[in-house]
Ligand binder design. Structure first.
Ligand SMILES: [Ca+2]
Ligand SMILES: [Ca+2]
Length: 225
């Protein structure tokens, strides 16, 4: 069975505009207040729970990525929050469904824009053992992949548009590893904002390339299998 899985549903054309004033329904979605508003779940036999690290820091865990300076998210995003100085870091080599989650709501019925950004640091990416990672925003799965199938030291956007019936919705990121040393994941700018996607704004090239690249990877995996 392949760990690799890309769920295209929900990951639709997202148009990114600057300066939107919509409020983010995700509490502390840019991790500027550490992990306030987030719940750590799962288990970790190594003692490295997810933490909020600082960008461009040479610090070790838990305030930096073991000395590697991680650059601020520079991928296109509809998040109304500034990228700020911090991001969340999954690093344990023995993580079983290690997670960061929160329940958002109650949200009114309507259309929402959702998304987050993710990054694989170089020092973790070079590690022998893989990691799997998934991201659910407003109960929509936007990402599910093996870190080795994604890029290294490049911020990726996972975004979409969803029609919600109204109520409470899950935001959850899940990280699994099983070997020393294993790959790591950094995330930032998680958001749920009300409203339709902007009309008439072309889809950015980067997202088109990202989408086609992921589909290509999935096709390649199926072919090999
Ligand atoms: Ca941030
Ligand atoms: Ca690791």
């Amino acid at each position: 069975m392949s760990f690799f899985k890309v769920v295209a549903a929900g990951v639709v054309a997202a148009s990114f505009t600057a300066g939107t004033a919509s409020a983010n329904f995700v509490v502390n979605g840019s991790f500027e207040n550490g992990l306030v508003g987030w719940t750590i779940g799962g288990s970790d036999s190594q003692g490295f729970p997810p933490v909020a690290i600082f960008y461009n820091s040479a610090s070790g865990y838990p305030t930096g990525a073991f000395g590697e300076a991680v650059p601020p998210n520079n991928a296109p995003t509809n998040s109304p929050d500034p990228v700020g100085a911090r991001a969340a870091y999954f690093v344990s080599d023995f993580a079983t469904n290690q997670s960061l989650s929160q329940i958002v709501g109650p949200l009114a019925a309507g259309t929402y824009q959702i998304g987050f950004s993710a990054y694989a640091p170089a020092n973790g990416y070079a590690n022998f053992y893989d990691a799997t990672f998934s991201g659910v925003v407003a109960s929509v799965q936007l990402a599910s992949y093996a870190v080795s199938d994604g890029p290294v030291t490049t911020w990726q956007t996972f975004a979409g548009s969803t029609d919600l019936a109204g109520g409470n919705y899950l935001v959850e990121f899940v990280f699994n590893t099983n070997g020393f040393p294993a790959k790591d994941v950094v995330i930032d700018q998680v958001y749920i904002i009300a409203g339709n996607p902007p009309v008439g704004v072309p889809e950015p090239l980067s997202l088109v390339l990202l989408g086609s690249g992921l589909l290509g990877l999935a096709a390649a995996r199926r072919f090999r299998a």
